[in-house]
Structure formats: structure tokens, C-alpha cells
Design a binder for this molecule. Structure first.
Ligand code: G3P
Ligand code: CA
Length: 334
């Protein structure tokens, strides 16, 4: 059985609704502890977006687990990156007669629950040494509610609040409503350890407006790329309704608590100026996706971004991210 580390009960958050500022979504660009976000779960080790992968990520010390979200034909939110079931599940075997693109939106939740998520990538398998998942169906496609339930159960089991970081994968008003309803129904509030993310600024602006109308204030994160405009100024490259477009950081800050930027695209490098200006606009900076399996190479990469003031890292190997973050936190600061 995987043994979780002993936990100092500095802040016992047995419910996801409990505020826990030392561990949660604290101020941007401050001395707050950089956060480790398990990208699609511990997806370097176990199938992405599964209860097994999320639980392993928590046991490895992740601060947040990240469910990308899709809507089923019967309107249920499920954790899945692609809008198709084909890459990550055995749908082509179980529903061979259906053929086609195997879109999530064409399948009911009951149908999707017949599938098994399969490992993807060079290092993922169906099991992880020393770890036995507690879920009854650890490699099934989980609903958003099941991810929330896991976060709550793991918060109670570990004595620290496990954050969730859902991503609206479709610019769809029904998806926006479903996310907000699920969070409200589960008692999340403004101070909860939570971010809602999207590449679409229209989706985030809509979420902000809906929240204002409903008296909610869940923090939003604009995904995209750190870009430079023709005038040399820092910009955020986001997905608009008609393609990619550039926004200034002060504009993004009018609706977003943070930005999530690629660390893997050489055309859009994350610079010190970008991080400094995001912080000056009052936003956190989270980077995606840290995916090096080699411990030494990963440590060097994490260190380079932490030294620039990055506030959180989406990582496929969350154990390596936690180790690097803790090493960085232990370093003397000027
Ligand atoms: O949400 C941050 C990062 O996960 C974005 O990339 O494609 O893995 O969802 P993707
Ligand atoms: Ca994502």
C-alpha cells in the first residue's frame, strides 16, 4: 500500500469548503508557496483523468488535481481532455459498431461508464508500484462529481485541503452552468481551494458575469501563451471565437485571477517581464505542462521557472514537482 507522507496539521481542512490560505490560492507573486497541480492526475504514471491517477497525485503531495471537462449526450460533466473517447479509452472495441469519431457528446454517461481508460504516453501504465487505489472503478471515466468526491475524501484522509482546478474544454454555456452548479451544490465558496480555467476568454467573461448574477466569486484562470505584441509589449495569447488573439494583461485581470501559460512552446517563451507584469496586474502565473520524467532535468526546469516567480506548475510527474517546489522553498531568499 502506498504510504502517504506524515502531514503536519498546520491547517486541518476536512472539507473542501474550508478556507486554508497557507495552502490554497493565496496572493499572487508573494511568498506564498508555489502550487503543484497534477496535470490530468498523475498522468505520467497512470491513465489520465482517472480516479486512480488523481488519488496517486494526492498521495504524492499535489496541491490541486486537474479535471478537464466534457459534456456527455445526456448533459453530464465527465473528466476527459479530448472531445473524442478514442485516444484514451477502449471505446473502439466496446462500441465497434458505432464507428465514426466517437465524440463524447454522442455517448450517454451510462455508455461511457462501460469504458476503461488506457495509459497514454511513454511512461504511463495501468498500475503504480506500492499504490492501491481506493476507488471501486479506478480506471473508469469519472464524472466531475466523482472527482469532487475524491478531493473531499482525500482532504479528510490527508488532513490537507485538496484543491480542484476544472477546465471548461468547450465554450458552451451549458458547460459553464454545469460547472457552477456542481461547485455550488458541493459547498465551494470564494475562499475554497479552486480555480476554473479556460483557453476561451469569452467563456471566462461569461463565467464571471454568471457568477456576479448569482453572488459567486470563484477564481478564474485564463489559459494561453505568453506573447509579445508588435510594439514589444507583453500580451496574453488566448482563444477567441474566431481564432487566437492578443489581450493585454491588465485586460485579462479584469475578469481573471490568474494566467496559465505554456512552458513548452518555443515561439511563446515565458519571460521574467511577463511574470512581473502579470503579478503587477494582480494575477498568479501557472505554467503548463511540466512533463520531464527525468528527475534531474525536471528539477532544473522547475527551478528555472520558480526563480522567475511562477506561482504554480501543471505537472505530469507531480512527485518531481513537489520535490522541486520543496527544495526551492527551502532555499534562502534574498
Ligand atoms: O489546463 C492547463 C493545461 O492542461 C492545458 O493544456 O491541453 O493539457 O488541457 P491541456
Ligand atoms: Ca487542462
Amino acid at each position: 500500500m502506498f504510504k502517504p507522507p506524515l502531514l503536519a496539521a498546520l491547517c486541518v481542512c476536512t472539507l473542501v469548503t474550508a478556507g486554508c490560505s497557507t495552502l490554497g490560492n493565496g496572493p499572487a507573486g508573494s511568498a506564498a508557496k508555489p502550487q503543484v497541480i497534477a496535470h490530468r492526475g498523475a498522468s505520467g504514471y497512470l491513465p489520465e483523468h482517472t480516479l486512480a491517477g488523481y488519488e496517486l497525485a494526492v498521495r504524492m503531495g499535489s496541491d490541486f488535481i486537474e479535471p478537464d471537462l466534457q459534456l456527455t449526450r445526456d448533459g453530464q460533466l465527465v473528466a476527459m481532455h479530448d472531445d473524442s473517447l478514442q485516444r484514451t479509452t477502449n471505446v473502439a472495441s466496446v462500441f465497434a459498431q458505432r464507428g465514426g469519431a466517437y465524440k463524447v457528446a454522442d455517448f450517454t454517461l451510462a455508455e461511457i461508464k462501460r469504458l476503461t481508460v488506457q495509459p497514454f504516453g511513454p511512461t504511463a501504465g495501468t498500475a503504480h508500484a506500492g499504490f492501491v487505489p481506493t476507488a471501486a472503478q479506478p480506471l473508469a471515466v469519472p464524472t466531475f462529481q466523482e472527482v469532487i468526491d475524491l478531493a473531499r475524501a482525500q482532504s479528510a484522509a490527508t488532513g490537507r485541503e485538496v484543491g480542484i482546478y476544472p477546465e471548461a474544454k468547450q465554450a458552451d454555456p451549458d458547460m459553464e452552468d454545469g460547472i457552477l452548479q456542481a461547485l455550488q451544490a458541493n459547498g465551494y465558496r470564494a475562499g475554497s481551494k479552486l480555480f476554473i480555467q479556460s483557453f476561451s476568454d469569452a467563456t471566462l467573461r461569461s463565467l464571471r458575469a454568471k457568477q456576479q448574477a448569482q453572488g459567486l466569486a470563484y477564481p478564474l484562470v485564463q489559459l494561453g501563451y505568453a506573447a509579445v505584441a508588435e510594439d514589444g509589449g507583453v500580451r496574453m495569447r488566448v482563444r477567441g471565437p474566431d481564432g487566437w488573439r492578443l489581450l493585454t494583461l491588465p485586460e485579462v485581470a479584469t475578469f481573471s485571477a490568474g494566467v496559465g501559460v505554456s512552458v513548452g512552446n518555443k515561439a511563446y517563451p515565458v519571460t521574467q517581464a511577463f511574470i512581473d507584469q502579470a503579478h503587477a496586474a494582480g494575477m498568479r502565473v501557472h505554467g503548463w505542462t511540466f512533463n520531464k520524467p527525468d528527475a534531474a532535468l525536471a528539477a532544473a526546469e522547475f527551478q528555472s521557472y520558480l526563480a522567475m516567480g511562477m506561482d504554480g506548475m501543471f505537472a505530469n510527474y507531480p512527485d518531481l514537482a513537489v520535490a522541486a517546489r520543496n527544495a526551492w522553498a527551502a532555499q534562502p531568499k534574498p
